[in-house]
Ligand binder design. Sequence first.
Ligand code: 13P
Ligand code: SF4
Length: 336
Amino acid sequence: MGDINIGFAKENVEQAGFLDIDVDPQIDLFSEIEKLKKEKNAIVLAHYYQEPDIQDVADYIGDSLGLAQEAAKTNADIIVFAGVHFMAETAKILNPNKKVLLPDLKAGCSLADSAPAAAFRKFKEQHPDHLVISYINCTADIKALSDIICTSSNAQKIVESIPADQKIIFAPDKNLGAYLVKKTGRDMVLWNGACMVHEIFSLEKILKLKVRHPNAKLIAHPECEEALLRHADYIGSTTGLLKFTQEDSGTEYIVATETGILHQMQKASPEKTFIPAPPDNSCACNDCPHMKLNTLEKLYLCMKYELPEIHMDETLRQAARKPIDRMLEISARYGL
Ligand code: 13P
Ligand code: SF4
């Protein structure tokens, strides 16, 4: 669509991060979003950490690998990404000719922010003979400085696919990196980044919770700290955690990742009990503040007015695409 005539210049929308317009409370957002999808040949891709309403309206819900794979194969003209900026950016890197929308451009990521490009370039220069594997939770600039991208679903296979004598830098998540060092025995150089949500859990409170729920299994995302992972009964990506709760014979789980995933866990296994792992203090800090910037209203407005949109410099896009393609090739080789 051309310029919007709603009293907003595109620059203002980009500055605010979202379309700040009141939505008529009488509107049935679910059916309006369905109509917009058909009218515009648009697909809604949502991460498991999105609020339940957004998950319920999505065409595909998944982890970072699933979302990247879905973005790589869609025939839709418009990709509406209900997730955070690096995810929508990845979809744009894979689809330069499609319109990629993000309901709130300010939906960032503390982990991606922990690796500024200039500092990372210097770090890389200090290790000239190292190959760079970067977790997908990073900016396009970091992707362009990397040799291979990975996600929590394929990280182990990707590290193992590299010849044993090849030195590796792993960035930006030091916790996932340390977990991979332990799993693969590879002595990787780690960038010192972390996710604010996965570092907030209180091991002390979790252990007390386990005493009160002796049959509950602790399941954790590998972005959590090593001290917590040591106590986990299962460690995996969001899709891995969800599958585990579906296939496992247990009935009670303490879930150490962002709370959004509980919606699908509860939907898939209504007879089971899911307890969010308690954070260090009384706040709802295991809700990702970035993921939760997206709302159903913002999703509707963004589809209606096709704003805000992800734009990328073409040279950067091409450089960032190579390590993502390598990841998709390796994942396909292993049937991931
Ligand atoms: P996955 O869903 O790929 O496991 O990633 C978790 C995460 O923190 C996404 O921001
Ligand atoms: Fe980033 Fe952590 Fe939020 Fe995921 S949960 S988007 S890694 S801050």
